[in-house]
Design a protein around this ligand. Structure first.
Ligand code: URA
Ligand code: SF4
Length: 205
């Protein structure tokens, strides 16, 4: 299937998905949005109140900050694909649970495979953990690693930066690295290799 068709198929499946208990309380599932040929994919945590109301990712306060961060590198949300680890809102915005993340993982993996971006930015620790299990975000934020032929760059979640003013500068500085990383990522072979499971083996780019 072509990438657009696959993204539409995933969105349609997510809209009626009952694979985990979050389907009971959601108003709208939030599959994610953006161009199928995006170079850059952002992966957040999960829908919050506003996302659940609208069925769109990052449309609340964290989304406004994400848009500001994108503007700081002369980009806009229309140019990138934005999605989350879990597609339905956890009640009261609690953290996603392991069984929910596992139940939803196939959708995210299929989205990434369809888009085949050069660079993935993980926002917060839950999306980071999909690529770097057992690593602390304070140790690797802003550091790009090659995972399965693409660059993955962990960053703090914009919502964390809104709650913790000292993180704001850190997120802004990490974002400022992106244009250079996107440019350099074109050189990486797109050959798919198994992701390293041992964080010590990750090659920092
Ligand atoms: N926070 C997230 O992680 N994702 C959203 O879509 C909105 C807020
Ligand atoms: Fe399905 Fe994911 Fe929603 Fe759970 S969070 S119901 S697995 S789409």
């Amino acid at each position: 299937m072509n990438p657009e068709g696959e993204l539409e198929a995933i969105a349609a499946e997510v809209a009626v998905c009952t694979k985990c208990k979050l389907h009971h309380s959601r108003k709208h599932a939030v599959p994610g949005e953006g161009p199928a040929n995006a170079d850059l994919v952002f992966i957040g945590e999960g829908p919050g109140f506003h996302e659940n109301e609208q069925g769109r990712p990052f449309v609340g306060a964290a989304g406004r900050f994400l848009e500001e961060l994108l503007a700081s590198i002369d980009m806009s949300r229309e140019q990138v694909f934005i999605c989350n680890v879990i597609k339905c809102r956890p009640p009261g915005n609690r953290d996603p649970q392991t069984d929910e993340i596992q139940a939803c993982a196939k959708y995210l993996d299929r989205q990434v495979r369809a888009i085949n971006p050069n660079v993935i930015v993980t926002l917060g620790r839950f999306s980071m953990a999909r690529y770097f299990p057992n690593v602390r975000i304070s140790a690797i934020h802003g550091k790009a690693s090659v995972v399965m032929g693409r660059l993955v760059v962990p960053m703090y979640h914009p919502a964390a930066a809104l709650h913790q003013p000292s993180l704001r500068r850190v997120v802004e500085e990490d974002f400022a690295l992106l244009p250079e990383l996107i440019a350099r990522s074109q050189q990486i072979s797109s050959s798919e290799v198994e992701p390293p499971t041992d964080p010590e083996q990750l090659s920092l780019f």
